[in-house]
Design a protein around this ligand. Structure first.
Ligand SMILES: NC(=O)c1ccc[n+]([C@@H]2O[C@H](COP(=O)([O-])OP(=O)(O)OC[C@H]3O[C@@H](n4cnc5c(N)ncnc54)[C@H](OP(=O)(O)O)[C@@H]3O)[C@@H](O)[C@H]2O)c1
Length: 406
């Protein structure tokens, strides 16, 4: 049996509870990759567990309590006693980051915090590992899912700020007290952390100027739409001369900006540097299981030096016949009954039409259709039959359609 790797868990709420479940579920595959068997050595909540006892029995501490005290004290003590720490605590890092980093440095242990910014989007890892040698000039981020959801709904439905906020609260995207989110303070804490990594400068929360979305009106958004602009709460961190500027504020974006199409509760971070031009990372910005999966990724990284090779491959069957939605373009003779015949042949092969456009072009006509998802083999069989019909003038043209929406 492999050696145990003992994980002490502080906090068993939304993220902590999901983390405990994920650790149990993924334990076997983590053991395969790391050669160590992860196990939960203790859990601390307000009503359960004792911090000193958990620390004594842990190789690594996962901090998912939130807040500053007693969290700061627990994290410092864990690092000073030689335990690695993984946290998702943006408040702590944006206000006491240097103290915590120093403690990890002098304890010779790892401190990882991917879950603290943009949930599962791997912005921290990419900035501190992949782009460690890039000279980052600027970071832009949509780093608060609540406000992005509210602004997206205002643009989509014409709702007022108050209506969209009430809707977000009903759906669980906003807290009963949304102050930290809607004032921009939550995003400011995350931008302070990103700025620390981008510029290697100690930026604290109180050095970030922030403005929220509470005063925005449906009108602002409606006019912006006419101008081809979308309104987002944007965090920005950039080098200005020999200094840095870090802000959070609502901003209009032109449609071709990489953050303009980030909608709903999604987060995204855009990193700019002369060496890389620009990289945008996006994905779910919060949520118990999503954040827990970023936390678990950090735990695995602390268990082993980052693997430079993937683990040994397993044999999986390669699937060749896959369901797709298809676009089909047919040039046909313009005569009665053509569309009905095409539809019948498709139907007989189990292909159903989702939408169709028919255009007369003198003697000829053009049929352009999009199908509902269907196995490729069935669709290809139908196209083969269609291509043999006397009224089909040119080989049918087929392009796949990706329908996924998030
Ligand atoms: N929720 C998200 O989607 C999300 C996303 C990204 C990052 N985060 C971060 O993850 C951390 C945890 O967030 P969460 O949403 O999971 O919080 P949560 O649901 O409120 O859970 C907090 C947990 O910590 C425990 N706790 C709090 N103060 C304590 C104390 N003084 N002593 C002992 N236990 C204490 C609570 O105990 P009881 O169970 O006894 O109350 C609860 O189990 C925070 O730093 C947050 O910013 C959260």
């Amino acid at each position: 049996m492999s050696e145990a790797f003992r994980v002490g868990l502080l906090g068993h709420g939304t993220v902590g509870g999901a983390f405990a479940g994920l650790l149990a579920e993924r334990a076997e595959s983590i053991e395969r990759v790391t050669g160590l068997r992860p196990e939960l050595s203790g859990v601390l909540t307000r009503s359960r567990g004792d911090f000193d006892d958990i620390l004594e029995r842990s190789d690594l501490v996962v901090e998912l309590l939130g807040g500053i005290e007693p969290t700061r004290d627990y994290v410092l003590r864990a690092l000073q006693s030689g335990r690695h720490v993984v946290t998702a605590n943006k408040q702590l890092l944006s206000q006491h980051g240097e103290e915590v980093f120093d403690a990890a440095r002098s304890g010779g242990v790892q401190l990882r915090f991917e879950g603290a910014v943009a949930g599962v989007v791997p912005a921290i890892r990419v900035m501190s590992e992949t782009l460690a040698a890039a000279h980052i000039e600027r970071v832009h981020g949509i780093v608060n899912g609540t406000t992005n959801y509210i602004l997206t709904e205002m643009a989509r439905t014409g709702a007022s700020y108050a209506e969209a906020l009430a809707d977000a609260q009903k759906l669980g995207y906003a807290e009963a007290d949304p102050t930290e989110d809607v004032t921009g303070k939550d995003a400011a804490a995350k931008m302070a952390i990103l700025a620390r990594l981008a510029f290697n400068a100690a930026v604290k929360l109180d050095q970030v100027s922030y403005e929220g979305i509470e005063r925005l009106t449906a009108d602002d958004i409606a006019y912006a739409k006419e101008l081809g602009l979308s309104l987002k709460l944007i965090g920005s961190a950039e080098r200005i001369g020999s200094g840095v500027a870090v802000h959070v504020h609502p901003a209009f974006l032109y449609a071709d900006h990489p953050l303009a199409s980030v909608n709903g509760a999604f987060n995204a971070v855009t990193i700019e540097s002369p060496a890389i031009t620009e990289i945008t990372l996006s994905g779910p910005g919060a949520g118990g299981v999503q954040t827990a999966s970023a936390v678990l990724g950090d735990v695995i990284s602390a268990m082993i030096p980052p693997p430079s090779l993937p683990p040994p491959a397993v044999e999986l069957p390669i699937v060749t016949d896959v369901e797709f939605s298809f676009y089909l373009h047919l040039e046909v003779a313009d005569r009665p009954g053509v569309l009905a015949q095409v539809a019948e042949i498709l139907g007989l092969q189990g292909v159903s039409i989702r939408s169709v456009v028919q255009k007369g072009l003198g003697e000829e006509a053009r049929l352009v259709m999009v199908m509902h998802p269907v196995l490729e083999s069935k669709f290809r069989a139908a196209v083969e039959l269609l291509s043999r019909l006397d009224f089909v003038r040119e080989p049918p043209r087929v392009i796949r359609v990706i329908e996924e929406t998030f």
